[in-house]
Design a protein around this ligand. Structure first.
Ligand code: AMP
Length: 143
């Protein structure tokens, strides 16, 4: 299983925000879309960063409620680790574990073609483990 197949199942929706928008606007997008991170893109759609709920918490802890009026560019992580559609799910788990983050944008021809969250990976792994256990039970029943 690779990222292309996982995106085929979950969809290619990408929720993004521009860097000059405020954290309050980004918070609204996170809440409305029920997601934990948005990619930050420029007017040309190029990837500039990623902003997760953790970045917003950090900004609030540092500056208090005034942080909500500051631009996304100040709180986002600019050095984004991305993957490709050919990346395997095992590789993706390794990337998330070693980087200690829960979101990875998928790049295709320099464009963000989707975002995989740790929730998507866990869902896929659970289905895989269940299928393995079902196959094992069927095998034992036949013996
Ligand atoms: P998360 O666990 O995804 O909520 O993010 C934890 C921290 O890692 C935040 O500071 C994010 O901005 C950052 N982060 C999230 N995803 C990535 C990524 N793919 N590459 C680099 N940093 C990231």
């Amino acid at each position: 299983m690779n990222v292309a197949q996982l995106l085929g199942d979950k969809g290619h929706d990408v929720f993004s925000v521009q860097p000059h928008r405020t954290l309050a606007e980004a918070v609204r997008t996170l809440a409305e879309r029920r997601i934990g991170a948005v990619v930050v893109t420029g007017a040309d759609g190029g990837l500039l960063g990623i902003l997760s709920e953790r970045d917003i918490i950090r900004a609030l802890a540092q500056s208090g409620p005034a942080a909500l009026e500051t631009p996304v560019s100040r709180a986002m992580t600019a050095k984004v680790v991305t993957c490709r559609t050919q990346t395997s799910i095992d590789e993706l788990m390794e990337i998330m574990t070693s980087g200690r983050f829960r979101h990875v944008p998928v790049l295709e021809n320099d464009r963000v073609a989707g975002v995989i969250s740790i929730g998507d990976v866990v869902k896929y792994r659970l289905a895989e483990v269940e299928a393995e256990s079902r196959a094992m039970r069927d095998y034992i029943a036949m013996a």
